[in-house]
Ligand binder design. Structure first.
Ligand code: URA
Length: 317
C-alpha cells in the first residue's frame, strides 16, 4: 500500500507545481472517494482511493525514473548528427533490471458522482503539464518518427523497449539536467516533470557531487587555497551563452594532488570545468557521483541504465 500527500500526487500527475496543486485543492476542485477535499496534506492510498479533478476521475499515471551511468562520447540531446545520444542508448539496450512499471497514459473519465463542485472550474492549469521540457531538459516534440533507430537485439528486447521508446517519442521521457559529452556518471531520466522541476529549477539547492581528475598536481598548501576559494564562491569566466558568474559556495575535498570531489548546488554551463579553470587548472576527467543523496549505482557499466527503486525516488523528493 502506497500513501502519498494529495498535492504531491497532483503535481506528479501533471497539474503543475505543488503550489498549483494546492491552489486547485483549496478551490474545491478535487475530490477523494466522492467528497470534496480541500486539505492538500491529506494522505491518499494510491492503490484504492478514487481521486477526481473537476468531477473527472483521475487514472493515476505511473512514471519512469531511470538512472544511467553515462559514458563519454554520448551527448545529452534529442538528436545529434554526429554523436550517439543517451536516447539512442535507451532504445538500443533494455535496462539492466526488468521494468517494474509501464507508464500508462493519464486519462480522465466522467465521474459517476458529481459531488465535486464543478462550478468553481476555472483554472487553465488543469490537465496541463506546467513544466516546460525545453527549460528543464530536452524538447522532443520534433523527434517523432524515423529519426529513432530500431531497437537491436532479440524480439524480447524489442518488447521491453517498446514502452520506453514510446515515452521518448511522445516527449514525456526527458533528461533531468545534462552532462557534457566527455563527462561520465549519474544521469537521471524521467517522465515526472514535477520532479525535474524541483531538482533543476534555479531556486532548488539540490547538491551534485562530482569526482574530478586534474591536469596539474595541486600541493597540500594550494589544496587549502582551492578549497577556501570554493567555499567563498569562485568567479567563473563567460563561456558559450553564459556570462561571468559568481558561483555559490561549494565543497572541495581532496583525494590526492590530482583528484578531488566537488559538491555544488547549481548547474551552470560547464560549471565544474569553469571553476577549475578559474583556479588555474584543467579538468581531465569528470564523473557525477551523486544528485542529492542518490548515488550512482557503480555496478552499472558505462552506458547501462536501470529504473530507480522506490526508496531511491524518495531520496530525490
Ligand atoms: N560541470 C561541467 O563542467 N560539466 C559537466 O558535464 C557537469 C558539470
Amino acid at each position: 500500500m502506497a500513501q502519498e500527500r494529495l498535492d504531491k500526487i497532483l503535481a506528479k500527475q501533471g497539474f503543475g507545481t505543488r503550489k498549483d496543486a494546492r491552489r486547485l485543492i483549496r478551490q474545491g476542485l478535487v475530490g477523494v472517494n466522492g467528497a470534496v477535499c480541500k486539505a492538500p496534506e491529506t494522505h491518499i492510498e494510491t492503490s484504492t482511493d478514487v481521486l477526481t479533478v473537476e468531477g473527472k476521475t483521475l487514472v493515476l499515471k505511473t512514471h519512469y525514473y531511470f538512472m544511467m551511468n553515462k559514458c563519454a562520447g554520448v551527448v545529452c540531446s534529442a538528436k545529434d548528427g554526429l554523436h550517439k545520444t543517451v536516447f539512442d542508448l535507451l532504445q538500443e539496450t533494455p535496462p539492466v533490471t526488468p521494468l517494474r512499471k509501464v507508464p500508462t497514459e493519464m486519462s480522465c473519465s466522467e465521474s459517476d458522482t458529481d459531488e465535486v463542485d464543478t462550478d468553481k472550474v476555472g483554472t487553465d492549469k488543469v490537465g496541463a503539464d506546467s513544466v516546460d521540457t525545453d527549460k528543464v531538459g530536452t524538447d522532443f516534440s520534433d523527434s517523432v518518427g524515423s529519426d529513432f533507430i530500431a531497437p537491436v537485439g532479440s524480439d524480447a528486447d524489442a518488447d521491453i523497449l517498446a514502452p520506453i521508446r514510446q515515452s521518448i517519442i511522445s516527449g514525456e521521457l526527458h533528461l533531468v539536467g545534462r552532462l557534457d559529452i566527455d563527462t561520465e556518471g549519474l544521469l537521471l531520466l524521467t517522465t515526472d516533470g514535477g520532479l525535474t522541476h524541483r531538482l533543476i529549477s534555479p531556486k532548488s539547492h539540490v547538491t551534485k557531487t562530482y569526482y574530478i581528475r586534474l591536469e596539474t598536481p595541486v600541493s597540500p598548501e594550494e589544496q587549502k587555497t582551492y578549497s577556501l576559494q570554493a567555499e567563498k564562491g569562485i568567479l567563473i569566466a563567460p563561456e558559450g551563452n553564459d556570462e561571468e558568474y559568481l558561483c555559490k559556495p561549494a565543497a572541495l575535498t581532496w583525494i590526492s594532488p590530482l583528484e578531488c570531489t566537488l559538491v555544488i548546488t547549481e548547474g551552470r554551463y560547464h560549471q565544474v570545468k569553469r571553476m577549475m579553470a578559474a583556479l588555474g587548472n584543467k579538468v581531465l576527467y569528470l564523473k557525477r557521483q551523486a544528485i542529492a543523496e542518490l548515488h550512482l549505482d557503480e555496478t552499472l557499466q558505462p552506458g547501462q541504465y536501470r529504473e530507480l527503486r522506490e526508496e531511491e525516488i524518495l531520496l530525490l523528493e
